[in-house]
Design a protein. Structure first.
Length: 126
């Protein structure tokens, strides 16, 4: 049924190469071969981004068999890393590191509240 949010139970065909099918379908996405430098991103932020990507794929694309899930998580993670302005990120982290504990935590809370308000206001636009 088109447009339905019902979960469809797919059977994984072990004779199919899902990875190759994905690469054949999206040849312009060379994200598996292309090295994306994330060394400048703090480990806690990499972990948070990976966790977010995994939860998004698990909730929105749970119908896909395993190789696809991993590929989608990697693509989403690397696309996000590429979209971050490295200089702005490093500058923001340096500013945060120069703040005392309370000042830093209050800024993080304020930034997260602003983001949450933005996300909630735009939730129904998709």
């Amino acid at each position: 049924m088109e447009g339905s949010d019902e979960e469809v139970n797919y059977i994984v065909d072990t004779n199919r190469d899902y990875r190759q099918e994905f690469l054949d379908k999206y040849p312009a996405d060379s994200f598996l071969e292309e090295h994306v430098d994330d060394s400048w991103v703090e480990l806690k932020h990499k972990k948070a981004l990976l966790s977010y990507c995994k939860s998004m794929i698990d909730s929105k694309y749970s119908v896909y068999p395993e190789p696809m899930n991993t590929l989608l998580i990697k693509k989403l993670y690397y696309d996000n890393i590429k979209s971050i302005n490295k200089d702005d990120y490093i500058k923001e982290q340096q500013e945060l590191n120069n703040m005392d504990f309370l000042e830093k935590e209050l800024k993080i809370i304020k930034d997260n509240e602003t983001l949450e308000i933005y996300l909630n206001e735009n939730k129904n636009e998709n």
